[in-house]
Design a binder for this molecule. Structure first.
Ligand SMILES: Nc1nc2c(ncn2[C@@H]2O[C@H](COP(=O)(O)OP(=O)(O)OP(=O)(O)O)[C@@H](O)[C@H]2O)c(=O)[nH]1
Ligand SMILES: [Mg+2]
Length: 599
């Protein structure tokens, strides 16, 4: 039997997980001498590269001496927290990273709690010790406090600590020591992480924790083998969550090494492999011995907390920029998404309307962004939190929110959050004129808050939140304070009119942008909506001289990307998303319709 160690890398967003995995691949010699690779090589899909975040957990394997170490890199963003929980069941130990300045953040708490509850062996990595503001001692204390609060057992509390600058390939076991390389990380993994339990001689049991899709072999289940052996061509039984047993055959077995996947003939207990050949495979399913099938405990999939409605685009500009515009196309695409993305749910919600639920705005934005890149055009409604009844009480999701703000702005932010039903939990100085304030807040109160927060803190504030639990409904919360500037005309926006409208509020459009009646072209500086004409040329001259037009000095428009726009809209508004544009509109396009509806 091989000497295998299975570990997951977990942390708050941006604390350096993927960078650390790069270093582990590099320093174990897994990349090979001449293999070119990009920074954060595991963040392999386009959106991950562009945004610099991990969206999907991914696994790799390295060799260290005569050990094979399977490593699963997980996403740190709270919206993808459900992934982390599933991944944790597949490993025997974890590297918990924490930024040497930022310290314990909401998602650190979330992942540490799950990891401890599952009885995993932690190795704490205090990362980014190179930062001038780094305070490793304070952060170690914070981690001890966190582990104690979360009922770590004695063995878990006795965690090894590694100090690292992952980006520079530096690590050491003591801050007083000279900088070393990752040798100490490999040694700690090999010495501290328990060997996998289970035996190759037992009947086969492998559990699927991630799905993948390949055009040639179809659906693939990435699985940890807990018992037995799996061979290419084996007949197996697939145990589903509902107890059903489906007969199947392993058409292909795929192993991992570094950034490569290769076909293998056989794998045994303890290892992590990809299994192809079973179209009905789902996350949590057990691939079992056909004669003696025993299912493993099903996996708990976190429930969605947020929902939006995707709809067929019915704006006056519909069909001009996208390839796929019909309800059928949108439905097919959403259905395909749900076959591999277990954290999201989807249901039809009327003619050309589809309710899509997930763990947060980012998860929904990532799906929408992928779809527009594939040529889709569609509308999206304002995100709503999912309210559910628990023991007869109406409950809604609550979040743990941490903000870091310049000291003189704390008051403003606290007041703002108070109106959104946030309850302050603590306030601490953070050095260099900043303070850290923690809150518990209904998720509803956070919708649309980020933009306001950045304005209030002049872009200097940092906010982080992660899901806490469902709690009784907290009554109404304050939402957007400003009205919309709504176009009354269809045509192309003129610089001259935009110039004249600038006093009314912040503009979202620039000259020559297409507009239509009912489209929102800016944020009014007052609370009411205002109808305006953005296509009026310069007075007294019917010649729209573009030369003269360009000479006007305009404030650059506010960049309303998909995420910002989604946060901004209200219930009576919609986003219009196409491969080329993100427009904001009123659901009801004419003023008459809106008046009638408001009566
Ligand atoms: N100064 C410093 N920066 C680092 C270090 N390690 C990583 N970074 C930077 O931190 C940023 C985030 O790194 P990632 O590796 O993407 O972080 P992550 O934890 O994988 O992030 P998510 O997957 O999105 O949760 C990048 O800009 C890295 O270059 C370090 O040791 N020192
Ligand atoms: Mg990452």
């Amino acid at each position: 039997m091989q000497k295998i160690r299975n570990i997951a890398v977990i942390a708050h967003v941006d604390h350096g997980k993927t960078t650390l995995v790069d270093g582990l691949l590099e320093q174990s010699g897994t990349f090979g001498d001449h293999e070119a690779h990009e920074e954060r090589a595991m963040d392999s899909n386009d959106l991950e590269k562009e945004r610099g975040i991990t969206i999907l957990s991914k696994n790799t394997a390295i060799r260290y001496k005569d050990h094979k170490i399977n490593i699963i890199d997980t996403p740190g963003h709270a919206d993808f927290g459900g992934e982390v929980e599933r991944v944790l069941k597949m490993v025997d130990g974890v590297l918990v990273l924490v930024d040497a300045y930022e310290g314990v953040m909401p998602q650190t708490k979330f992942v540490v709690k799950k990891m401890l509850a599952l009885g995993k062996k932690p190795i704490v990595v205090i990362n980014k010790i190179d930062k001038p503001s780094a305070d490793p001692e304070r952060v170690v204390d914070e981690m001890f406090d966190l582990f104690t609060q979360m009922d770590a057992d004695d063995d878990q509390l006795d965690f090894p600590i590694i100090y690292a600058a992952a980006r520079d390939g530096i690590a050491k076991m003591d801050m007083e020591e000279e900088d070393g390389n990752f040798q100490c990380i490999f040694e700690t993994i090999v010495n501290e992480v328990p060997l996998p339990e289970g035996s190759p001689d037992n009947p086969a049991q492998a559990q699927v924790f991630t799905l993948d899709y390949d055009n040639y072999v179809g659906k693939i289940g990435i699985s940890r083998i807990f018992n037995g052996r799996l061979k290419k061509g084996d007949s197996v039984k697939l145990a589903k969550a509902d107890g059903e047993m489906v007969a199947g055959k392993i058409s292909k077995l795929i192993g991992f090494h570094g950034l490569n996947r290769m076909e293998i003939q056989e794998a045994e207990a303890g290892d992590i492999v990809a299994i192809a050949g079973m179209e009905t495979v789902d996350v949590g399913d057990t691939v079992c011995d056909p004669v003696n099938p025993v299912a493993l405990d099903p996996m708990h999939v976190e429930e969605p907390t947020l929902t939006v409605v995707f709809s067929v685009n019915d704006s006056p500009l519909a069909g001009q920029e996208g390839k796929h515009v019909t309800g059928n196309k949108i439905r097919e695409r959403l259905e395909a998404e749900m076959t591999t993305n277990v954290a999201m749910k989807f249901e039809a919600a009327g003619e050309g309307q589809f309710r899509v639920s997930g763990r947060g705005e980012l998860q929904i934005t990532v799906l929408a962004e992928n779809m527009r890149r594939e040529g889709f055009e569609f509308g999206i409604s304002r995100p709503e939190v999912i309210v559910k009844e628990i023991e007869g009480v109406k409950c809604e999701p609550f979040e743990h929110l941490v903000i870091d703000v310049p000291e003189d702005l704390g008051g403003t932010v606290i007041e703002r959050l108070g109106k959104r039903k946030a309850e302050m939990k603590s306030m601490l100085p953070m050095g260099v004129g900043f303070q850290r304030i923690e809150f518990e807040i209904p998720a509803r109160g956070l919708i649309g808050f980020r933009g306001q927060f950045l304005t209030d803190t002049k872009g200097e504030g940092v906010m982080n939140h992660s899901f806490l639990e469902f709690r009784p409904y907290s009554g109404s919360v304050e939402s957007r304070q400003y009205g919309a500037l709504i176009s009354t005309e269809k045509g192309e926006a003129m610089a001259f009119s935009i110039f004249n409208l600038q006093d009314r509020g912040g503009m979202f459009i620039k000259p020559q942008d297409k507009v239509y009646e009912g489209m929102i072209i800016g944020e009014h500086s007052r609370s009411n909506d205002l109808s305006v004409n953005p296509i009026k040329g310069k007075a007294q001259s019917n010649v729209r001289s573009s030369g003269a037009d360009e000479a006007i000095k305009l404030v650059p428009p506010r960049d309303m990307n998909l995420e910002k726009a989604l946060e901004w809209i209200e219930d009576d508004e919609l986003l219009e998303v196409t491969p080329e544009s993100v427009r904001i509109r009123k659901r009801l396009l004419t003023e008459n319709e809106r008046k009638r509806a408001s009566r």
